[in-house]
Design a protein around this ligand. Structure first.
Ligand code: GLV
Ligand code: MN
Ligand code: MN
Length: 432
């Protein structure tokens, strides 16, 4: 990437024209169309990665990109790339996000970034702009991590293909491996040419909803994302002995649920002590065996999601967790596994400056307050891309700060502003 922090006059004119050709109605229509794949009566979307419904959504994206004149390719992790050629074959500028959702998610988390990327390509077509570099829109596989853990598998395997063999062995709740689900997804699109992982990219910009309350509280429509907080995921498995609920005296039980609840209480107590450091703790998934009203649980597995801007807080949590698990006195077994760990991400200053310029113009043109900088509470594919090429993110507000929920919402004019800022940034980068 050109290290200048400002788009140069010629590339600025193209960036402004691209920004001015973004169409809010077309973007809204695309969001509504994609939301039909897995759409729920409550307005939410259930489209977990590599399910039948996700494969149908991928087909929709392929067709939409084809209609825009894109070259479509897929890699071994089923990441889909939609390429708008440039004047040269220099490494492309990458944008996009993911199209999978949480078990119950909204219509914007991930989908917005992919569809806004395609809207940028449509705007460039309408404006008759040919960029120096190609522009690629990507739909990453399994960002959410809810069906197969960890999250951001597609982007992390893209950046480091050595991760893929282990990912392929991960199973979902029904025992299906990620590898089998991937092969099925690839077989469903035999006409799409395969490409290598880890392709060079000149830069990357991901547009996403904030999923938190900061922009709404500041009454600002666009955020320049300075970085992403650190995150760790753990799995705790407690194995005791299943037995009759009515006949087994309390003092001879090896009740895995009683032990799990005790561990959970101690973790929440640790989080309460660390509240000043903004530690965020979630025990989100519980599996109970045999899960019967009148049998003492013989096995309990639960997950821990813990996050903080300051990674030292997570190191202290890790030590406390180890101690809680080790010192826990009960007749059964406890296993602890950390299966996802990322330090904080910081995006480079020159990318923040360019994205800032893009957001400022979009806000100015719409007579809106200027953008603010913030740190992302959620993780994103851009977290891994930052290891691969200069990367940045743009946020739009989330109504009520709500996400990973059917009620996820952003005002149409804010979605438009985000896509306009993306158009400016991507076009400027594609001419650098
Ligand atoms: C992404 O979905 C996250 O959990 O931050
Ligand atoms: Mn997301
Ligand atoms: Mn998400």
């Amino acid at each position: 990437m050109n290290t200048t922090t400002q788009a140069q006059p010629e590339s600025r004119a193209a960036a402004e024209a691209a920004q001015d050709h973004v169409q809010g109605d077309r973007l809204q229509a695309a969001i509504a169309e994609l939301a039909r794949f897995g759409g729920r009566d409550d307005g939410g979307v259930s489209r977990q990665t590599l399910t039948d419904i996700d494969l149908q959504a991928r087909r929709y994206l392929i067709d939409r990109a084809g209609a825009l004149g894109c070259v479509v390719e897929v890699d071994d992790c089923a990441n889909l790339f939609f390429r708008r050629p440039g004047k040269t074959d220099l490494p492309p500028v990458l944008t996009g996000s993911h199209a999978d959702t949480q078990p119950v998610g909204g219509k914007l988390d991930g989908a917005y970034g992919v569809l806004a990327g395609l809207e940028v390509l449509a705007a460039l077509n309408d404006a008759g702009i040919e960029t120096l570099r190609p522009i690629e829109v990507v739909a990453w596989t399994n960002e959410e991590g809810s069906r197969f853990g960890p999250g951001a598998m597609g982007s992390s395997a893209f950046v480091d293909p050595g991760r893929l063999p282990d990912y392929r062995k991960v199973t979902d709740g029904d025992g299906v491996t990620f590898g089998a689900a991937l092969d099925r997804a690839l077989q469903a699109i035999p006409e799409v040419p395969r490409r290598a992982l880890r392709r060079p990219m000149s830069s990357c910009v991901e547009l996403h909803i904030e999923q938190g309350p900061v922009l709404e509280a500041a009454r600002v429509p666009l955020g320049i994302v300075a970085g992403i907080q650190s995150v760790r995921w753990y799995r705790v498995t407690l194995t005791g002995m299943a037995a009759h609920a009515g006949t087994t005296p309390m003092d001879v039980r090896a009740d895995a649920m009683a032990a799990a609840v005790d561990v959970a209480h101690r973790l929440y107590a640790h989080a309460a002590q660390a509240a000043a450091s903004q530690l965020r703790l979630t025990l989100g998934r519980w599996l109970v065996g045999p899960n019967s009203v009148n049998t003492i649980p013989g096995e309990v597995e639960f997950t821990i999601d813990v996050r903080c801007v300051d990674e030292r807080v997570l190191e202290r949590f890790d030590a406390a967790l180890g101690e809680i698990v080790k010192s826990h006195a009960w007749p059964g077994r406890v296993e602890l596994e950390c299966f996802f760990s990322r330090p904080p991400t910081r995006f480079p200053a020159e990318m923040l400056a360019l994205v800032g310029q893009a957001c400022e113009r979009a806000c100015r043109q719409a007579s809106q307050p200027p953008p603010v900088a913030l740190t992302s509470g959620a993780f994103h594919d851009a977290m891994y891309l930052a290891e691969h090429c200069p990367t940045a993110m743009i946020f739009v507000p989330s109504k009520g700060g709500v996400s990973h929920n059917a009620a996820e919402e952003t005002a149409p004019h804010e979605l438009l502003l985000g896509a306009q800022a993306l158009a400016y940034a991507v076009t400027a980068l594609a001419n650098a």
